[in-house]
Design a binder for this molecule. Structure first.
Ligand code: ZN
Ligand code: ZN
Length: 364
């Protein structure tokens, strides 16, 4: 089968023939029907994150079950599924107390060193990043990383549920526990931030402020439910948020990850409010903090992983909201590409009117 790999850091993606093993244990073979391009994969392709090469990325994957291993109980051939990079063993204390995103043994969803690798190219092992490997015609995935979804949801929209949607909406709904009547600031109205706006609508926030540098993204933010928008190149975003909210927002969500932007998020929240860090443009970025300022204002800063998502609970929830017309996924879709168009797809994501790019052809 064909897969699109990274063979060298910074050298982009190449499409080539790879071999996929037959499913063993609790593995599920998925015919990939749609695969989203997430910025995290681009970060992995450009920065040495310690991942062996060659590597197979792609972690927003939707498809149809083609075969199941002998230990699989939850899925059958023909099921429509979405993959999620939350790797959970299902047995540790974190998993058993509903925090699968903090699993102590994520490696239990992978093959053991003594097993043959799931993916090889010309006999050489290929690193299946996050246990998914969605930039391929088929993917071999542990059943704990898969979620069954309603057949009515189109594959490209379903693929987005696996990372971008749960990351954005989950940060607002799960991590920050946003309540009806809350005020929130979403910094960065891109493909993930828009889902946070939609999550804030679902949670009942009454003041939803979107901050971005591009007017067309802010127009889109209004369509997703932002009650106020601020172009931070034209206005002092902190002053504007304080003017709108009075003493600051209950929560701010940083989907950008540049130190100056993160600092502005901290200045936008009220005493006792929370700043949630989700996006990271520069993995080496640091944040100088004045401790006394945090103490006096009782502010907290929290890193958010995958929107504190329990995939098998949350992904069907967002799918249902979409099918009820209460969660916008169609407007996220900007461009459909082929499996060998990943480099061009990532280049297109730089265009201000392109929100999400999904591979939908050249697949199984
Ligand atoms: Zn992602
Ligand atoms: Zn666990």
């Amino acid at each position: 089968m064909k897969a699109t790999l990274v063979r060298e850091i910074g050298a982009g993606f190449v499409t080539e023939d790879v071999e996929l093993a037959a499913p063993i244990g609790r593995e599920v073979l998925v015919d990939v029907k749609a695969s989203g391009l997430c910025h995290t994969d681009l970060t992995f392709s450009r920065n040495d994150m310690g991942t062996p090469l060659p590597m197979l990325l792609g972690h927003e994957v939707a498809g149809v079950v083609a075969a199941v291993g002998p230990g699989v109980t939850e899925f059958a051939v023909g099921d429509h599924v979405v993959g999620c990079l939350v790797q959970s063993c299902g047995k540790c204390e974190a998993c058993l107390t509903g925090r699968t995103f903090q699993c102590e043994h994520p490696e239990e969803t992978l093959r053991h060193a003594t097993d043959a690798p799931r993916v090889t190219a010309g006999g050489e092992p290929v690193e299946q990043v996050f246990g998914l490997g969605g930039f391929a015609q088929q993917a071999l995935i542990h059943e704990n990383q898969l979620v069954k979804v309603n057949d009515a949801i189109p594959f490209p929209q379903a693929a987005l549920l696996g990372c971008g949607v749960v990351t954005g909406a989950g940060a607002v709904i799960n991590t920050a526990n946003t309540q009806a009547g809350d005020s929130v600031v979403i910094i960065g109205a891109g493909g993930v931030g828009l889902n946070a706006i939609n999550g804030a609508v679902v949670a009942g926030a009454t003041t939803i402020i979107a901050v971005d540098v591009a007017d067309d993204k802010l127009e889109k933010a209004k369509r997703f439910g932002a009650t106020h928008v601020i172009n931070s190149t034209k206005a002092d975003a902190v002053a504007e948020v304080l003017a709108i909210t009075g003493r600051g927002a209950d929560a701010a969500f940083d989907f950008v990850g540049i130190p100056a932007v993160t600092q502005s998020g901290l200045d936008m929240i009220r005493p006792g409010g929370g700043l949630y860090l989700i996006g990271i443009i520069d993995p080496s970025a640091t944040l100088p903090l004045l401790t006394i300022g945090l103490i006096g204002a009782q502010k907290r800063i929290q890193g958010v992983y995958m929107g504190s998502t329990t995939p098998k609970h949350d992904i069907p929830l967002y799918a249902d909201l979409y099918l009820q017309g209460r969660f916008e996924l169609d407007d996220l879709m900007s461009r459909e590409i082929a499996l060998d168009g990943v480099n061009e797809g990532y280049a297109a994501l730089k265009e201000p009117d392109v929100t999400r790019v999904v591979i939908t052809s050249g697949l199984s």
